[in-house]
Design a protein around this ligand. Structure first.
Ligand code: EPZ
Length: 422
């Protein structure tokens, strides 16, 4: 298993490029099931989660290839095994987003229920509630969601809000299912994340009739069939946000190519308030910190609020602020595996329920730490860049799920990261 040895403190300076979005690629790859034939998805990052998604589509009957340009071609002419096997789904919860497309295309689907997750309790009850509203018969059997709609799905007005607001993949599942349903579906309290908008834009290019993209009210007029597509996914705003925090925590200066500020306004607002300069330029943005980090209060919320997927990285940043900051997690109330690990690096953190009081320290100190989930591990990398000494991060496979060869991106701009196989 790979580990990272990261020596700090370092100052990052230079240009770093953001890849295509993992969280847009996954539902868009699943959407190709809806249109028999060959689709080509471009700008898809090389990540282990994408490989798992390819493995899943292949198990369903699709032919999946990645060509030399990195484009993924998916031939969904044949989808003769609508089963999301536990052995695949347990590797990636997002596999759930084949449920809607399989139901719409095949009239039946059997997808393993996703299991436990390091970031907390993550049910899929809203997905199932929504699909039942479209007329699917759904039961849980032997750990599998067994869903049937032999006569096809029928459009309906559906409220998709949950205890923590909207659901991203729940919206994706219902949106995809509704494209081939009879009549009109209205999704109220739909998620508005840029990844959902990207999926809707891709579906429209396939011939779907969707209104209200980017808003919490989506109106979908079902069509008889969709056509294969060639589509390029949006840049990864969470990767961009992670690099912004990296520039800030190291008092550096980074030009972040493909870093779209419009997708990150809540994040940019926090950065500017804590004394970091963030400027848009023709192909991304420039992030510079020269002043001491000021304190902030961060509350994670569904888009356009502050993304929960940047909570850990910004907690690491605020651990160097001059004074007390507050971080409140409103999307995944238990998403705090990084707190104990950052504390091992001499951060001064006090957790109470879903709130962490971050008391700024003079400096962070290197220590052996353990990655627990994707974004928590990104926070440990950032902390290690600023910490004094050499930090050893184990279980790096968590990082590889969402960041393509992160050390090969950060080392050219001044980081000292060595990947070794423990
Ligand atoms: C997506 O997960 C992202 N994953 C997550 O990113 C991200 O953290 C999350 O959205 C929130 O932005 C992908 O896109 C692949 P939700 P998703 O359904 O769709 C509750 C990363 O780091 N809920 O929007 O699974 C749920 O428990 C990952 O890249 C229900 O109660 O998240 C949570 O508290 C981690 N019932 C809240 O809603 C449901 O049926 C939001 O979850 C569904 C969700």
């Amino acid at each position: 298993m790979d580990v990272f040895e990261i020596t700090g403190p370092t100052r990052l300076e230079g240009t770093i490029k953001v890849n295509g979005s993992k969280n847009a690629s996954l539902p868009i790859m699943a959407a190709t099931i809806l249109a028999p034939g060959q689709s080509t998805i471009k700008n898809v990052p090389q990540l282990s989660d994408i490989s798992v998604c390819s493995e899943l589509l292949t198990a369903l009957g699709c032919k999946v290839n990645r060509d030399n340009n990195g484009d993924i071609s998916i031939d969904s002419t044949v989808v003769d095994n609508p089963v999301g096997d536990y052995e695949i789904v347990r590797k990636m919860r997002a596999s759930i987003c084949v449920l809607g497309p399989l139901l719409a295309r095949c009239g039946k689907a059997m997808v393993s229920m996703p299991g436990g997750c390091a970031i907390g309790y993550r049910p899929v009850d809203i997905h199932l509630r929504g699909l039942r509203e479209l007329g699917a018969q759904i039961r849980i059997d032997n750990g599998y969601i067994v869903a049937e709609a032999p006569k096809g799905l029928v459009g309906k007005e559906i409220f998709l809000g949950g205890p923590f607001g909207s659901t991203v993949l729940g919206t994706a599942n219902l949106l995809m299912a509704a494209t081939l349903a009879k009549g009109i579906t209205v999704i109220e309290s739909a998620a508005c994340e840029p990844e959902v908008t990207d999926l809707a834009n891709c579906l429209r290019k396939m011939g779907a009739k969707i209104k209200g993209t980017g808003s919490p009210r989506l109106v979908i007029k079902g069509v008889r069939q969709l056509k294969p597509v060639e589509y390029s996914v949006i840049p990864d705003r969470i990767e961009a946000g992670t690099f912004m925090a990296a520039a800030a925590i190291t008092a550096g200066q980074l030009h972040i190519e493909n870093g779209r500020l419009d997708d990150l306004m809540a994040v940019v607002d926090v950065l500017r308030n804590i004394g970091v300069t963030v400027d848009k330029n023709n192909n991304g943005c420039v992030v510079v910190r020269t002043e001491p980090v000021r304190t902030a209060q961060i509350t994670t919320q569904p888009y356009p609020g502050f993304p929960t997927d940047l909570q850990a990285q910004f907690m690491a940043l605020l651990s160097l602020a001059q004074g007390n900051s507050v971080v409140i997690e409103k999307v995944f109330p238990d998403r705090f595996m990084h707190v104990a690990e950052l504390s091992r690096m001499a951060a001064d953190l006090r957790k109470e329920g879903s709130t962490v009081i971050v008391s700024g320290v003079e400096k962070l100190k290197a220590a052996p730490v353990m990655a627990s989930d994707l974004r928590a591990s990104a926070a440990l990398v950032l902390a290690a860049l600023a910490a004094e000494g050499t930090t050893v991060i184990s279980r790096v496979y968590h990082i590889d799920r969402g960041y393509e060869q992160i050390e090969q991106k950060l080392n050219p701009v001044g980081a000292k990261i060595v990947r070794t196989n423990a």
